[in-house]
Design a protein around this ligand. Sequence first.
Ligand code: TRP
Length: 326
Amino acid sequence: MQQRVFSGMRPTGRLHLGHLAGALTNWIKLQNDYNCFYCIVDWHALMSDYADTSSLKSNCGEVLLDWLASGLDPEKCTIFIQSHVPQHAELHLALSMVAPLGWLHRCPTYKEQILNLQNKDLSTYAFLGYPVLMAADILLYKAEIVPVGDDQSAHLELTRELVRRFNSFYGSVLLEPQIMLTPTPKVPGTDGRKMSKSYGNSIYIADEPAVMWEKIRTMVTDPARERRTDPGDPDKCPVWDLHKVFNNDEQEKAEIDRGCRTAGIGCVECKKKLLVHVERVMGPIREKRSSYEKKPGLLMDILREGAAKAADTARRTMDEVMDAVG
Ligand code: TRP
C-alpha cells in the first residue's frame, strides 16, 4: 500500500514562480510514488479574508488551473476543495474540544500574522483555531507524510500533539503525521526580495510572455554594477538566482558567470538568456493552462470526482472518530 500524503494551499490568487519551484515541483514528483491528496483550503483563506470574499471563488479556480497546468494529474492524485468535503469542518469541531487555548495562543505563526497583517482584524475565534483546521485536514486522511515549507513546521508539531492528546482520551484513532520539509530554491521577485504576492514583485505562472519579459527586463541586478562597463557579482544578483532555477545549460551559465564578473556580458543580454529558459519551462505550462481554461466542464468534473474520492476516506475516519468519542 502506498503511503498517504496530504498538503494544502490557500486560494489567495494566482500562483507564481516561487510556488512552482518550491511546493508544486515537489508535489508533482510525489504523485508518482504516494497516494496524494492535494487540497485547495478555502476555509483557511476565509479565516483571514472573511471581510471581502468577492474573489474567493475565482481564486479557487485560478489555483486549480495553475496546479493542473504545472503538472498535477487528477489521474495520479486526488485534487479537491476543502469545503466540498464537509468532514473537514466536522473534525475541526471535534478536535477543538481537546485543543488547549494555550497551545493556540503560543503558536508562533499566530502572533506573527496578527502583527504582520495589521490591515485585517484577525482577532477572531476562527483565526486562533487555524492550526486546528489544518490538523483536521491532515488527520481525516490519516496522512503519513505532509510536504510543507519550514514556515508550517509549528503547525505540524501542534497537529502531532493534538493527535496524542485526542488519542489519550479516546483511544488510538488518529495517526501522527510526519513533516516532509520541501526543499525551497531561492526564488527572488523583481525587486530582489523573496517572491511574494504581497510584495507586488511576482512573476505569475499565468503571465503572458510579454508580461514576463517586462518583469524580467526591469528586474533589479547587482546594485554595484551601475554601468555596462562595471564588472558584476552574480552572487549578489537576483537574476542569477533565477538562472540557477530555470537555466539547465551548464555551459551557458558558466559563460554568463564569467561574462558578468568581467563585464563581458551586459545585464539585458543576461536577462534575454534567462527569458529563453523561463519560456522553455513556462511555454508548455501556459498552453496547458489555457486549454484547461476552455473546458470549465472538465474542471468541474475534476473537482467533483476529487471531492468524492476524498470524502470516501474522510467519511470513514469521521465514523471512527464519532464512535471513539461516543
Ligand atoms: N497552512 C498552510 C499554508 O498556509 C496551508 C494548509 C492548510 C495545509 N491545511 C494544510 C498545508 C494541511 C499542509 C497540510 O501554507
